[in-house]
Ligand binder design. Structure first.
Ligand SMILES: Cc1cc2nc3c(=O)[nH]c(=O)nc-3n(C[C@H](O)[C@H](O)[C@H](O)COP(=O)(O)OP(=O)(O)OC[C@H]3O[C@@H](n4cnc5c(N)ncnc54)[C@H](O)[C@@H]3O)c2cc1C
Length: 357
């Protein structure tokens, strides 16, 4: 087993923060993990699982052993009366996988086109975009326990999906802040393969202003899955910074959910607050609007900045491949300053979306 020492991680995280992995192993299948767990030096050594690095903020060199997931493969493994079941290796690139499903005639993932990262990370934060979340198309996954080396399979209920949340984001140690959440699998599970159930009777998921605009532009009332895929790619390219050119991790904060009473209080502070009433009566606020209202758009701390076109995205204004990149410290200082000012103005504590390492 090849253990790479002092490996630069700047190319392996989309913020392009300069940091090193003290040790890194590339994982191609479960045997690689089992082999590692059989080596006394690594068996109990702390480990960090890395996919495409598009949802992590590195605040220094990574001391745990980095397991970089490069498990490949995608195939149809079955079908039910309602769905095609497609299985994908955790190291496959998410966007390339979505493009492949369409080419093969399996629809349902097109609204999530162009989300960076790997398939293996997609259940971790239950990725979502334009009205579709991973949990809407999820069947099951196989993972390996990094403590025991045992393989296990989880269905959707066992993954405990929530808004940008799952069992993989919660500690395996009981924690008073976890409330009623099930005991989690954070730092414990390496996802090997994910299976998706893609509907045989496909219907486009519409209802987003940007997509409505495309339908009007193309005078099209019933887009195909391929059209939706193309439009979502165009919309995202126009709105979000390309991480290969300007480092970022997409949305830096989750959109907060509040009670109707809290929302009334915020409307009293600023009647223009962007909000959506959810099915259960709670209210979702647009985190980007709250940040913008506090005057953060375009501001910087060192080389870390708030993206000019969308205040929800923090960016690296420095190099993507050289030493003058934003540091993890600058990114987190900026994030904390934003959290403080939003809290002081609106009484809302924004929760960060990426994993801080
Ligand atoms: C420009 C841009 C736009 C984005 N847009 C969206 C969006 O629209 N919607 C959205 O939901 N997200 C979005 N993201 C965030 C990000 O793309 C997703 O969270 C993605 O799923 C992360 O994948 P990754 O492979 O890069 O994970 P990483 O960043 O490598 O890891 C993220 C977390 O998952 C864990 N992990 C990774 N792989 C595995 C595995 N195989 N087994 C167990 N744990 C694992 C890591 O330990 C870490 O905790 C965006 C990011 C960028 C840069």
């Amino acid at each position: 087993m090849l253990v790479e020492k002092n490996l630069p991680l700047q190319p392996f995280n989309t913020f392009h923060i300069v940091a090193k992995a003290h040790a890194l192993v590339r994982i191609h299948d479960e045997a690689d993990v089992q082999g590692l767990l059989n080596e006394p030096v690594w068996a109990t050594f702390p480990k960090f699982v890395l996919g495409g690095g598009s949802n992590v903020v590195l605040t220094g060199d990574v001391k745990p052993l980095v397991l970089k997931v490069e498990i490949k493969g995608r195939k149809l493994v079955g079908e039910t009366a309602k769905a095609f079941i497609v299985e994908v290796g955790a190291g496959e690139n998410w966007h390339e996988f979505v493009a492949w499903t369409l080419a093969e005639g399996y629809f349902g993932l097109e609204n999530m086109a162009l989300i960076p990262g790997t398939v293996g990370a997609s259940p971790v934060q239950n990725i979502g975009a334009y009205g579709v979340e991973l949990q809407d198309r999820f069947d099951s996954l196989d993972a390996i326990d990094l403590h025991t080396g045992k393989l296990f399979t989880l269905n959707a209920a066992q993954c405990a999906f929530g808004y940008r949340d799952s069992v993989f984001k919660h500690s395996s140690v009981a924690n008073e802040y976890e409330g009623q959440k099930p005991i989690g699998l954070k730092d414990r599970a390496l996802i090997l393969r994910v299976r998706f159930a893609l509907p045989k009777l496909w219907k486009p998921v519409l209802g987003y202003a940007d997509i409505d605009k495309k339908m009007a532009e193309h005078a099209c009332l019933k887009p195909t899955a391929q059209q939706l895929f193309d439009w979502v790619c165009e919309i995202r390219r126009a709105k979000l910074p390309n991480p290969d050119v300007m480092g970022n991790v997409g949305s830096f904060f989750k959109n907060p959910t509040v009670t109707p009473e809290q929302c009334e209080d915020i409307i009293a502070r600023d009647p223009k607050v962007v909000h959506y009433v959810l099915a259960d009566g709670s209210v979702k606020l647009a985190a980007g609007w709250l940040i913008d209202a506090c005057g953060w758009r375009g501001k910087s701390v060192g080389q870390a900045g708030v993206f000019e076109k969308q205040a929800l995205v923090l960016v690296n204004r420095g190099s993507v491949s050289g030493p003058d990149a934003a540091t993890g410290g600058e990114v987190m200082t900026l994030a904390k300053a934003i959290q403080t000012s939003v809290y002081e103005r609106f009484g809302i504590l924004l929760e960060t979306e990426p994993v801080v390492v």
